[in-house]
Design a protein around this ligand. Structure first.
Ligand SMILES: Cc1ncc(COP(=O)(O)O)c(C=O)c1O
Length: 276
């Protein structure tokens, strides 16, 4: 819908990236996706903080003023509801893993916001998240693992793929964090599981605790996700979304009471502040 690259708005079909950009050559880049509602990007400050952390993790130069100028430029065109995507890559570089000394490429775009159903099914993939990887917890553009996992899940009728980590613990989805019922309380994997520090996960944990809901960050074996009574996904575009079935086994409750309560609390707090 609207695209800004390295300082200027360009046509969304313009050729804006060089063939030797390190983002294209080896997936050397970081990104953020957030939701635009009523013309305002939701939780932009937290998303830009995470972008800085991801860039730092990749030794990429990051200038928040430049990114904010891009965000302002794409939102100036009266966009009401959209997906906002910020991408920062290594820029023109030699072919290979060494990065060149050019400035990073900075792109800010808006696009259509996907409407998710109230409930989606998930499938656990046979590959693992590596909680000890150099890029664990960073939101990098190297998402080929997620592309393969999501395709694998789709072929089994599921809308999201779930990864365990190398220790066999519940970790996350390809574009979502996961929460589930355990002995009547809510549990989500800790950041040490190798999952992304999801902004929706972070906000939900704060807001659930503020409301006195029993929620724990706990490293648990994958099997717990299968034996839970209910479970849900969180992400910037899904917010809180119930999981209907895992590996074709329906949850007892979908959406269950803990999921409905989490959704209600998230929506209540999110409506009060667009940049919590
Ligand atoms: C791998 C992964 N985990 C979790 C999430 C959820 O994060 P957030 O709530 O910040 O959108 C995402 C978002 O796309 C993701 O890519």
């Amino acid at each position: 819908m609207s695209l800004w690259v390295n300082g200027a708005i360009v046509d969304d079909d313009a050729l804006v990236i060089r063939a030797d950009d390190h983002g294209v050559v080896v997936g050397d880049g970081v990104f953020e996706t957030c939701e635009v509602r009523d013309g305002r990007p939701f939780a932009l400050t937290r998303h830009l903080r995470r972008l800085r952390e991801s860039a730092t993790g990749l030794f990429l130069a990051y200038d928040e003023d430049v990114v904010r100028a891009g965000v302002d430029a794409v939102l100036a065109s009266n966009i009401d509801r959209a997906r906002l995507r910020v991408t920062l890559t290594g820029g023109p570089s030699p072919y290979g893993s060494d990065r060149g000394d050019a400035s990073p490429t900075v792109m800010v775009a808006t696009g259509p916001l996907k409407q998710w159903p109230d409930t989606d099914d998930v499938a656990v993939v046979p590959w693992t998240r590596n909680e000890r990887a150099a890029t664990a917890g960073l939101k990098t553009t190297s998402y080929a693992d997620n592309v393969v996992a999501l395709r694998w899940a789709h072929e089994r009728g599921a809308a999201e793929a779930i990864f365990a980590n190398t220790r066999g613990e519940v970790c996350e989805g390809t574009g979502s964090n996961v929460f589930y019922e355990d002995d009547g309380a809510l549990v989500t994997p800790p950041l040490s599981s190798g999952c992304l520090a999801g902004i929706t996960r972070e906000l939900l944990l704060e807001w659930l605790r503020a409301e006195g809901v029993d929620v724990r960050e706990d490293a648990q074996p994958l099997d717990r996700l299968h034996t839970a009574r209910e479970a849900f996904l969180t992400s910037s575009t899904r917010r809180v979304q119930a999981i209907g079935a895992i590996d074709s086994s329906p949850y007892a409750d979908a959406p269950g009471p803990l999921t409905s309560q989490a959704k209600e609390i998230f929506e209540k707090y999110a409506a009060q502040d667009s940049d919590p």
